[in-house]
Design a protein around this ligand. Structure first.
Ligand code: AQP
Length: 351
């Protein structure tokens, strides 16, 4: 992906002008989002949210609760509304500061869907047919929504609208970020340089946190509410301890890091590393001669990360009007940031 600098050379001034307001004074712009499709998990935190918090001072950042994406699967409107607010509250509780980054709700900024259409007129059906998430969640099922098929294009619009140079997401989103890159490059080539070509920015640790009960599957917010495999960010400490202590490992007596052959224990080491700021999960393996101590330390580390978030969440959730007002303000700033790129894209494509 080292060719991005070249891809972006000569980008139209209109597109880059709002970078002047970048608080960090760099050319980095970071965009990412989380879908309010369920209760957020430790996977969402280690793969995405925790990194948003770390990155917010390093670049201009736009973080979105991507509620339109949540319409791609069967949903209950009331629950969607609640989960959108809950997700936004968790963003704040995790430490995102609306004075530093732009915090918004996707559906409040209509430029996302408008740009999506321009990009749909750039994307090929064959590209969308290859999207793994669509193949896994929708293809061949009778009630699959059209929006599930086209959602990677909306995600591309989300990113390109803000001139995102980096997209911090978990490993499962790699193919979608690649599509955003391809569409940006194609649009620029066919209609003149308009978009910044983004780069995927995966987590070094915790890019793919696995289910504790089925460590060959990703930890997901789709898991049933009573699942022991998914740690929710708002799970009480005793529930977290129970889930970690019951995590599936393997029959080998020693602790070793080998994600392919020993996914359960490797996942625990990955979680422990992610929650303690350790960069090398394999190096942690040598500190343990049994699973009991590893599970105890992993549970303690997860609780250590999530307890402050939960305390802050409780305070913020008591004042939902404040959260709503924060999102409204974020939407105003997001609209301002998005407008020049959308205008440039409209002009370039001939509208
Ligand atoms: N298990 C995970 N490990 C690391 N990162 C993860 N992410 C999700 N699960 C993990 C990252 O979190 C961000 C937001 O995810 P999303 O809302 O786009 O939803 P998703 O990737 O579809 O994950 P879900 O909803 O938990 O599960 P499924 O796929 O079953 O619907 C993204 O950056 C994602 O990579």
């Amino acid at each position: 992906m080292s060719h991005t600098a070249t891809d972006n050379r000569g980008i139209d001034d209109t597109v880059t002008s709002h970078r002047a307001t970048n608080p960090a004074g760099t050319n980095r712009t970071i965009f990412s989002g989380i879908q309010p499709t369920g209760r957020l998990t430790l996977g969402n935190y280690l793969g995405a949210l925790g990194r948003f918090v770390d990155l917010q001072h390093a670049a201009r950042c736009v973080f979105c609760v991507v509620d339109l994406h949540a319409l791609t699967v069967e949903h209950d409107p009331r629950r969607l509304h609640q989960l959108t607010r809950e997700t936004a509250t968790i963003y704040l509780a995790a430490g995102l500061d609306p004075a530093v980054c732009v915090l918004t709700r996707q559906s409040d900024v209509s430029a996302h869907t408008e740009l999506m259409y321009l990009l749909e007129s750039t994307a090929y059906v064959g590209e969308l047919n290859r999207m793994i998430q669509f193949k896994e969640k929708g293809r061949g099922r009778p009630r699959t929504r059209v929006s599930l098929y086209t959602y990677p294009v909306l995600m591309a619009a989300d990113i390109l609208l803000y001139g995102g140079t980096e997209v911090p997401v978990g490993d499962d989103q790699r193919q979608h970020v690649e599509l955003a890159r391809d569409l940006a490059i194609r649009f620029n080539r066919e209609y003149g340089r308009t978009f910044v070509v983004p780069e995927m920015s995966p987590a070094t640790v915790g890019a793919r946190v696995m289910d504790l009960q089925n460590p060959t599957a990703k930890m997901s917010k789709d898991a049933p509410a009573d699942s022991l495999g998914s740690i929710r960010l708002l799970d009480p400490p005793e529930v977290i301890v129970r889930k970690v202590s019951r995590a599936v490992t393997d029959t080998s007596p020693d602790v070793g890091y080998d994600p392919e052959n020993r996914p359960g224990v490797s996942n625990l080491l990955e979680i422990l590393a992610g929650c303690t700021g350790e960069s090398d999960p394999a190096a942690l393996a040598g500190k343990y001669d049994g699973y009991a101590a590893l599970k105890r330390d992993t549970a303690d580390a997860v609780v250590g990360v999530l307890e402050p978030l939960q305390n802050r969440y409780a305070e913020l959730a008591a004042d939902p009007a404040h959260v709503d007002a924060t999102l409204r303000l974020g939407a105003e700033r997001a609209r301002e940031l998005a407008a020049p790129t959308l205008a440039a894209a409209r002009t370039a494509i001939g509208l």
